[in-house]
Design a protein around this ligand. Structure first.
Ligand code: NI
Length: 178
């Protein structure tokens, strides 16, 4: 298990479309997931997608089951491994809220996302995941799965005046170092 370097916006690998995982029961997959968990935890991430550490597979992890210091107001999301995800918005309602990304360190932006989401996929043991979620949970899944299609949150923004550095947007809230 090792801490991996998170690629930052500008690295062309973040713009690639990742490949489906075909072999679930591989040692490589388990090692990758261990590295992803360690890296996400070290950086207090809300989630992490495999391409963020340079692995072009359709794998995201998110949630910890406890409150996240980077998003102290957000609801608790269960610790999840989601492989080969499929997303379907439930309804057309969108909601704007602040997002950050470990690949865009020190910044936040106001991003529109679907309010209600149905998502499916499998975990590392091939067990089906099938959830209907809303709010922050739905937002995190949309953000992470976008990474698998080479999309970073600034590419989803509709008002670039609402993009900036944490220190300026949220002074005194302890978000400066992320
Ligand atoms: Ni991200």
């Amino acid at each position: 298990m090792s801490l991996r370097r998170v690629l930052r916006m500008g690295d062309p690998q973040l713009l690639q479309v990742s490949e489906p995982v075909r072999n679930l029961d591989s040692p490589e997959l388990l090692e990758l997931l261990a590295d992803m968990r360690e890296t996400m935890a070290a950086l207090s991430g809300a989630g992490l997608a495999a391409p963020q550490i340079g692995v072009p597979w359709r794998i995201v992890i998110f949630g910890t089951g406890v409150p996240n210091p980077r998003y102290p107001e957000a609801e608790i999301v269960p610790a999840t491994v989601l492989i080969n995800p499929q997303l379907q918005p439930l309804g057309e309602q969108m909601q704007q809220d602040w997002e950050g990304c470990l690949s865009v360190p020190g910044m936040r932006g106001l991003v529109p996302r679907y309010q209600q989401l149905h998502y499916r996929g499998v975990d590392e043991q091939g067990r089906a995941i099938d959830r209907r979620v809303s709010g922050f949970h739905a937002r995190v899944v949309q953000h992470e799965v976008d990474h698998l299609d080479g999309i970073l949150y600034p590419m989803r923004m509709t008002d670039m005046s609402q993009f900036g550095f944490n220190e300026e947007l949220f002074p005194g809230q302890g978000l400066e170092d992320e």
